[in-house]
Design a protein around this ligand. Structure first.
Ligand SMILES: C[S@@+](CC[C@H](N)C(=O)[O-])C[C@H]1O[C@@H](n2cnc3c(N)ncnc32)[C@H](O)[C@@H]1O
Length: 245
């Protein structure tokens, strides 16, 4: 089901795959631009959380890589970045640009041996998996492939308790761009992923299930624009470091 949904998204958006896009609670708005300054802030937020640089790590996986726009920007920090996605259509879009190694796989069954990756990123992705048990299974699989001392960042998990803040900020963000005539069409007809909101204690549930310490950090503010805070309170990133043996 996930695959068919994302293959259909890839087909519908094939001609504008290079446009950084914003996924919101219910729809995508290709007309809301992600300028390089905003992308750079997001990548820096990810870099710091994953403890990347100045030395390159060996292996980094971008799980649920989509068009690969984030993974490609992390290539400066790893000798090899592998983009994993279950939708062939998304991988075709990702393959249009050189750099990322790509593999078709489900995030719950990664094509890596145990303890082989230095870093793993799962970004704007777990919110689309409807069942919390599957989210936990994906995180367990991520832990399996991490080397001791390796780090996994699951970014942009929407918090149910902050849903009203999200709605307010989204309305403000869209109004700002609408006033400037820069809001694109509503593409929810092409693509309506489920968006799961997580309970505040989901991090504790994860920590018990993995088991590993889970740090809950404020997510990058995906509604960022000049003058707005870089991090937000309505989403959380979970950072897990695999303990040394
Ligand atoms: C919202 S997009 C995000 C893509 C990318 N991480 C980004 O931030 O632009 C979610 C991506 O996850 C992929 N995906 C969804 N479920 C997956 C699964 N179970 N295994 C692997 N990839 C999956 C989809 O095909 C899609 O490309």
């Amino acid at each position: 089901m996930d695959r068919a949904r994302w293959d259909s998204w890839a087909g519908a958006h094939a001609t504008r795959a290079d446009e950084p896009w914003l996924i919101s609670k219910w729809e995508t708005f290709p007309g809301v631009r992600w300028p390089e300054a905003k992308i750079a802030l997001m990548v820096e937020d990810i870099r710091v959380k994953l403890g990347l640089g100045p030395e390159r790590v060996r292996w980094l996986a971008d799980i649920g890589c989509g068009t690969g726009w984030i993974g490609r920007r992390l290539m400066a920090y790893a000798e090899a970045v592998v983009g994993i996605d279950s939708a062939e259509g998304m991988l075709e879009l990702a393959a249009r640009k050189a750099g990322l190694a790509l593999a078709a796989a489900d995030a719950g069954a990664l094509p890596f041996p145990d303890a082989s990756l230095d870093r793993a990123l799962i970004y704007f992705m777990l919110m689309n998996i409807a069942e919390p048990e599957r989210v936990i299974a994906v995180m367990r699989e991520g832990m399996r492939v991490l080397k001791p001392g390796g780090k996994l960042l699951a970014g942009q998990m929407p918090l149910a308790s902050r849903s009203a803040d999200y709605d307010r900020e989204k309305a403000r963000h869209l109004a700002y761009w609408r006033e400037r005539g820069e809001l694109g069409e509503d593409t929810s007809r092409d693509h309506a992923p489920p968006v799961v909101l997580f309970a505040d204690d989901f991090g504790q549930r994860l920590a018990r299930a993995l088991p590993a310490p889970v740090a809950a950090l404020p997510s990058f503010n995906h509604f960022w624009r000049e003058g707005e805070p870089v991090q937000c309170t309505w989403r959380v990133d979970y950072l897990i470091t695999r303990s040394a043996p």
